[in-house]
Design a protein around this ligand. Structure first.
Ligand code: MG
Length: 168
């Protein structure tokens, strides 16, 4: 008799916003994009990687990114969010989870992200050691209104489907 393998699906959601200030480049999704504004925050302010991080931690019902990497800790100042995502994912993976897929939305008035979409998805997949076709990425503008539309901020959202694999 072989092991009985049970795969339990779990979903997580992540959401984040960071302010924009003049001067590029724009760090988004682990890549640097040529742009005239950049995101500001305690870490490198990569709003998309922060949303992905919280989606994965949330799927496992673990602490969120703010608890794992508090902004009161000087070690997190200007921290590379790719490193934060990698560490968070190692924690989720250690609890027995595998990533099925991620789907992300970036809300930014500018720049147009279509030409950067594949590079960003590939980078996120690389950080998580998964195939790039498991990372969905869409971009929306703010239709010229509100803080997104006025280019005061960029928001990112992510849902993650993971499965917990158990054998008995
Ligand atoms: Mg953040």
């Amino acid at each position: 008799m072989g092991d009985v393998v049970t795969k339990s699906p779990r979903v997580g959601i992540g959401h984040d916003t960071h302010r924009l200030e003049p001067g590029g480049p724009l760090r988004l999704g682990g890549v640097d994009i040529d742009h005239d504004r950049h995101l500001v925050g305690h870490s490198d302010a990569d709003v998309l990687l922060h949303a992905v991080t919280d989606a994965l931690l949330g799927a496992a019902a673990l602490d969120d990114i703010g608890a794992m990497f508090p902004d009161t800790d000087a070690a997190n100042a200007n921290r590379d969010s790719a490193d934060m995502l990698h560490r968070a994912w190692r924690r989720v993976a250690a609890a027995g989870y595998q990533i099925e897929n991620l789907d992300c939305v970036v809300l930014a008035q500018r720049p147009k992200l279509a030409s950067h979409r594949q590079r960003i998805a590939t980078r996120i997949a690389e950080i998580l050691d998964i195939a790039a076709d498991r990372v969905g990425l869409k971009a929306k503008t703010g239709e010229g209104v509100g803080p997104i539309g006025r280019e005061e901020a960029i928001t990112a959202q992510c849902v993650a489907l993971v499965t917990q694999v158990s054998r008995r």
